[in-house]
Design a protein around this ligand. Structure first.
Ligand SMILES: O=C(O)CCC(=O)C(=O)O
Ligand SMILES: [Fe+2]
Length: 285
């Protein structure tokens, strides 16, 4: 059985990057401090209580329905729903340093791709093993890393309740290589820890074989700012939500231009030919 390295989330950024370069994934302990974890869970409790397992069958298509299964409760679009998420998780210093390390070669500015809580219920099957970056399958693999991902444990993650399954080293594999079971590690970790991985790493939400234990986790990922994000963050967190957020949170939600002029590209995401945040500040958006 493969294993994942563990570091404190407060470890030097260079140490975290070194493990990510080698294995493509790392478990970071104490990623959320206990007070933030408690606040976040308090915000999520009513949202999850109202969520129907399997999203009441509402998915973009049957393949997506099969991927998530019918035993998982979802709370999506956290950027529009959770102050704890936008104020503290979105701008977490580990995401900042990991994204700088792995995405600055492929973009000028990265953005939030997903803030999606998955509460894996008893009987949930393991997802198919996949690479998150595969959603942008038209991008040539030679471009390199265009996404960093994570699953943050909001409850204890165990092999029985559906801890994320991760294949260390798979970011270096040929794209069509399949993982053998002995190559799959299980990200067992206490609540407040996170497994952080590159978008090219093979992984899956784990099977929940318990009778009655739910596995609450949040999938948070960031991608190159020139990509179409899986969650439409402009609609998830519209101008009225982001107007009073700190500048960095606005940037991560796509409210500043992706300016590639100096590196030979163009600028993306303007409104009236300027950066939307300027219009927000001027009261024009
Ligand atoms: O919830 C998890 O453990 C992983 C979820 C995942 O990989 C996904 O939805 O893409
Ligand atoms: Fe995934």
């Amino acid at each position: 059985m493969a294993t994942l390295d563990r570091l404190p989330a407060a470890a030097p950024a260079a140490d975290i990057s070194a493990v990510l370069k080698r294995d493509g994934a790392v478990i970071l302990e104490d990623f959320l401090d206990p007070a933030l974890l408690a606040d976040f869970n308090r915000e999520l409790d009513p949202l999850l209580a109202a969520a129907r397992p399997g999203n009441d069958g509402q998915f973009v298509n049957p393949l997506v329905a099969a991927f998530y299964g019918d035993r998982v409760r979802h709370v999506t679009g956290l950027a529009g729903k959770s102050p704890a998420f936008v104020e503290q998780v979105l701008v977490h210093p580990v995401y900042e340093s990991v994204a700088r390390e792995f995405l600055s070669a492929t973009c000028e500015q990265h953005v939030l791709n997903l803030g999606h809580v998955m509460d894996r219920g008893p009987g949930a099957d393991r997802q198919i093993l996949h690479r998150d970056q595969q959603v942008w399958h038209h991008i040539p693999k030679s471009v390199g890393e265009i996404q960093i991902s994570s699953v943050v444990a909001l409850a204890d993650f165990t092999a029985e309740n559906g801890a994320t399954a991760v294949v260390p080293g798979s970011h270096t594999w040929p794209w069509d290589r399949r993982a053998e079971e002995h190559e799959v590690a299980v990200a067992e970790m206490p609540a407040g820890s996170a497994v952080v991985y590159l978008g090219s790493v093979i992984h899956a939400g784990g099977a929940n074989t318990t009778e009655d234990v739910w596995r609450r986790g949040i999938h948070v990922s960031f991608c190159a700012g020139w990509l179409r994000t899986e969650e439409n963050q402009y609609l998830v967190a519209g101008p009225d939500r982001v107007r009073d957020l700190p500048e960095r949170a606005r940037e991560l939600l796509g409210y500043t231009v992706h300016d590639g002029i100096l590196t030979g590209g163009g600028y993306l995401g303007t409104v009236e030919l300027v950066s939307p945040d300027l219009l927000l500040d001027a009261g024009r958006l």
